[in-house]
Write a protein that binds this ligand. Structure first.
Ligand SMILES: [Fe+2]
Length: 334
């Protein structure tokens, strides 16, 4: 069994001091937003508890789907690197950037050098998207949707070249019989507000529809969610997690992360998803939910051209391929 942990959107605090010059342009609205609203929703003590619990599960690998930074201030990248180093050595941690990691043009590429070892493929010294890292039965494919946008926009884009390369990788990795996990910051399924959307989500979904994948993991929403993209052999799960540092009163979801226990073989994979996060009082990290995917024969392709406005939680089984489990947490085996 391979155990993969997935955390996202830590939005590390405290925000470093910024000069007036740094707060010009898009950062001005972002800074205001941070001071009046966003900043209060992320706490370092929550992140400490979440990370402590995650490390206690001894996952084989940790995926971080972006938004380590807040305004992409130059002074934010070194603390973010220290945060990653605390998780595990770079060979055990894979990162993809979020929109807050490339917030403004001046620092749009800083994450590539600052976090280089965490977002480079096995075959490359320098970060290049998409990249592939193979770990046991799992292939992690890292994508970048991060680009500087106009004020009040947090949209993302992959671009045609990245999607074409992704399609080729998915095909090759399937031939190798690997469990393909796609990491992407922006949610590629479901309907989103115009200013928050993944601009070329339809092209991404078309690549998945043709070549399939075993899991797509994302952040950005700061919510636990489970949607699907129709794949060639059945629905491909698309899973979102809350911000790892969200306070207990964040209406989108308390701080937490997911564990994926991956077992089986090509064509007959099983994945148990365990949601872990703060309890209602905000004191302890507990098991919030468990469900198993792929425990029964694959369901027919489920077309989901338009997602529901209300984003479903990771909860009810919606296809025959899913069944909820009532098991309690157990230690991850290595
Ligand atoms: Fe975020």
């Amino acid at each position: 069994m391979f155990v993969l942990a997935h955390l996202s959107d830590p939005h590390l605090v405290p925000l470093p001091e910024a000069s007036l010059a740094e707060l010009m342009g898009k950062r001005a609205t972002g800074y205001f937003n941070w001071r009046v609203r966003r900043g209060g929703r992320h706490r370092s003590d929550v992140l400490e508890r979440v990370v402590g619990d995650l490390l206690a599960q001894t996952p084989h690998h940790i995926a971080v789907t972006g938004d380590l930074a807040n305004l992409s201030l130059a002074a934010e990248f070194a603390p973010a690197r220290a945060f990653l180093a605390r998780l595990a050595p770079p060979e055990h941690v894979t990162v993809v950037p979020g929109n807050h990691d490339a917030y403004v043009r001046a620092e749009a590429l800083t994450h590539l050098s600052a976090w280089r070892e965490y977002l480079s493929g096995d075959a490359a010294e320098e970060p290049r998207f998409p990249f592939v890292r193979k770990r046991g039965p799992v292939a992690l494919i890292g994508l970048s949707t991060a680009l500087p946008t106009l004020p009040l926009s947090s949209a993302g884009r992959l671009g045609r070249a990245q999607i074409e390369a992704l399609a080729g990788m998915l095909a090759d990795l399937q031939t190798e019989g690997l469990f393909r996990v796609v990491l992407i910051h922006h949610p590629p399924a479901g309907r989103r507000a115009f200013h928050k959307r993944l601009i070329d989500a339809a092209a991404f979904r078309a690549a998945i529809a043709e070549h399939g994948a075993e899991l797509v993991l994302h952040g950005h929403d700061h919510r636990a969610s489970l949607l699907e993209i129709a794949g060639p052999r059945g629905p491909v799960p698309v899973v979102g997690v809350p911000s790892a540092s969200a306070t207990a009163d964040d209406p989108r979801g308390r701080g937490g992360y997911n564990l994926y226990r991956i077992a089986g073989r090509p064509g007959a994979w099983q994945v148990e998803i365990e949601r872990r996060g703060l309890d209602a009082a905000g004191n302890n990290v507990v098991v919030l939910e468990q469900l198993t995917l792929g425990a029964e024969p694959a369901a027919p392709i489920v077309a989901r051209p338009a997602a529901p406005k209300r984003r479903p939680k990771v909860s009810a089984a919606r296809t025959p391929a899913r069944r909820r489990t009532a098991k309690r947490s157990r230690p991850a085996r290595r």
